[in-house]
Design a protein around this ligand. Structure first.
Ligand code: C2E
Ligand code: MG
Ligand code: MG
Ligand code: MG
Length: 292
């Protein structure tokens, strides 16, 4: 590719790379001390049962409001934190904070919710990780089935043997393992049986076009069929329209996540969402099994 481009384009590419590197350095500097300075918070996005509409799971998403840089999106600072190794400390903070929040939701409309946390490969490779997880559960009074860890396909190819062992230990604890952004990465179907997964999250890129592209529609259909035959739960990510939700439900997708249901929001706001969702479901008359 690079050979084919002219001199000018090549220089621009280099300048771009320099900008990215410079950006990374600035972010790296600003990240230091950011936990102590209380610059991080978690927002929570609802995941509902596609058939009943019940709020069943919640994904915790990290937010950073830097005193130096302002709000920085996770797609920009997570890779930097991974490069410096800071992701270990940051990931531990996320795990603690999210489990504490679920502990606080006891005896509310979010009483039995499952919390999903994004975990990077560095954390899984950390020898103390399984202990860290079980301690966070115990400390906050969570039952293990209330926690689900989201991994990307990259994690699975990076250190196969160790990852398999760690995932087996987590599953033995009772914690769920979910494969995030499914279909975008280094998909090898053998991973789906080789690793101890219980949930597949179908990436937004496929869900986005499901109403208008036959190809995306067929692809999502195939992923769902495959998930069913492997005994996996399916979550569709990035559901933005009622039309997408209907198609996904009809295809047998178990759970829906996306702006059509709710944006990622602060804990208080999520609790209000859960209250109104529960009230709405209680009012809906039970569906008859058949109509005469
Ligand atoms: P992800 O885990 O795939 O999270 C879903 C992303 O899609 C979130 O972006 C969410 O805000 C966004 N999203 C949800 N519904 C919709 C929708 O209907 N339409 C559109 N356009 N977007 C939607 P966010 O919060 O910016 O996070 C980006 C990524 O950063 C996450 O992707 C995850 O890979 C990573 N991340 C976030 N929090 C953490 C964390 O605590 N630890 C680690 N290691 N990674 C994290
Ligand atoms: Mg995720
Ligand atoms: Mg995802
Ligand atoms: Mg993603």
């Amino acid at each position: 590719e690079a050979k084919k481009t002219g001199r000018g384009e090549q220089r621009m590419f280099t300048e771009d790379m320099n900008a990215v590197a410079r950006d990374g350095l600035v972010i790296d500097g600003a990240l230091r001390g950011a936990i102590e300075a209380n610059e991080f918070s978690l927002v929570y996005q609802a995941i509902t049962n596609a058939q009943t509409g019940k709020l069943t799971k919640v994904e915790a998403l990290l937010r950073w409001n830097s005193s130096l840089l302002g709000p920085v999106p996770p797609d920009r600072f997570i890779p930097v934190a991974e490069d410096s190794g800071m992701i270990i400390e940051l990931g531990t903070w996320v795990l603690d904070q999210a489990c504490r929040q679920v502990g606080l939701w006891k005896q509310s409309a979010l009483d039995d919710v499952t919390i999903s946390i994004n975990v990077s490969s560095w954390q899984l490779a950390d020898p103390g990780f399984v202990t860290l997880v079980s301690q966070a559960l115990i400390r906050n009074g969570l039952s293990p089935h209330q926690l689900e860890l989201e991994l990307t396909e990259r994690v699975l190819i990076e250190d196969t043997l160790n990852v398999q062992t760690v995932l087996a230990q987590l599953r033995a604890l009772g914690v769920g393992i979910s494969l995030d952004d499914f279909g975008t990465g280094y998909s090898s179907l053998s991973y789906l049986t080789q690793f101890h997964l219980n949930t597949l999250k179908i990436d937004r890129a496929f869900v986005m076009d499901i109403e208008h592209s036959e190809r995306s529609n067929n692809l999502v259909h195939a992923i769902i069929a495959m998930g069913h035959s492997l005994g996996l739960q399916l979550v569709a990510e990035g559901v933005e329209t009622a039309g997408q939700a209907t198609i996904l439900e009809q295809m047998g997708c178990h759970y829906l996540q996306g702006y059509h249901i709710a944006r990622p929001i602060a804990p208080d706001e999520l609790l209000r969402f859960a209250d109104s969702r529960a009230a709405a479901l209680a009012q809906t008359p039970a569906q008859p099994d058949f109509v005469i």
